[in-house]
Design a binder for this molecule. Sequence first.
Ligand SMILES: NC(=O)c1ccc[n+]([C@@H]2O[C@H](COP(=O)([O-])OP(=O)(O)OC[C@H]3O[C@@H](n4cnc5c(N)ncnc54)[C@H](OP(=O)(O)O)[C@@H]3O)[C@@H](O)[C@H]2O)c1
Length: 252
Amino acid sequence: MVPRRCLVTGAGRGIGAAVARRLAAQGHAVALTARSADELAAVAADLPGRTLVTAADLTDPDAADLVLGRVEAEFGGAVEVLVLNAGAGTSAPLARTTDEDWARMLELNLTAPFRLLRRALPGMVGQGFGRVVAVASTAAKRGDPYVAAYTASKHGLLGLVRSAAAEVAGSGVTVNAVCPGYADTPMTAATVAAISTATGRTPGQARDVLAGRQPIGRLVDPDEVADAVLLCVASAAITGQGINVDGGAVQS
Ligand SMILES: NC(=O)c1ccc[n+]([C@@H]2O[C@H](COP(=O)([O-])OP(=O)(O)OC[C@H]3O[C@@H](n4cnc5c(N)ncnc54)[C@H](OP(=O)(O)O)[C@@H]3O)[C@@H](O)[C@H]2O)c1
């Protein structure tokens, strides 16, 4: 396998950390970014090969330039594999979704990936190779109650991916999304805690509710999401797709 210059956003824990580990295990140079420098350093410390840690808040309009500029300077060329994974959720009935919640979801889950993609694509097209994989969600494919802002942001992210893929098709650059169901990560642990608080269920019962959302009857393992990311990195023929990794929840 040709070693590539990779950047994984939200690489400090959960799905992003799993993707970073798998890319590093394949021999790639892996740059990691998120806000928490300590978490990034802990993940990077266990990776074989070349790593680069840049702490940044990706909702900052200057972050894309800062982070990608460092990757180019340290790794000696434009990024080749860009995994747009950083994200967060929020839950509220639509009528109680505040402007702040709405803006936060769109800024982090949609505008930040847009800015990184806009900054990275010319370099990828110029070098005739690129792999962009956004970590979206089943919320990019269907609507559930109480997650309007998150769902709108993830639908937007899949739209961004599809349009970008069409625009650069034939250039050697592919752009895809993976769409996980409930995965076993700190983000889901926070959802379990919120359900438990709101409903009086035990954490175990709340976790069972989320496990039951996947027809396979369990949470998705972060490594199973990483499998789909690596498939998108390996293939030149998969582009413009939103690949469900959700135990059969969404059949499209
Ligand atoms: N867990 C699930 O069930 C699930 C299902 C479908 C889709 N997803 C998607 O998968 C992705 C990863 O989720 P996860 O479960 O692994 O979440 P997680 O465990 O909470 O990790 C999220 C990562 O994103 C980073 N991040 C959050 N806000 C950021 C910001 N403003 N700037 C830079 N980095 C930021 C976090 O680091 P800092 O907080 O240190 O910044 C962390 O490294 C998200 O896009 C999420 O929407 C998750």
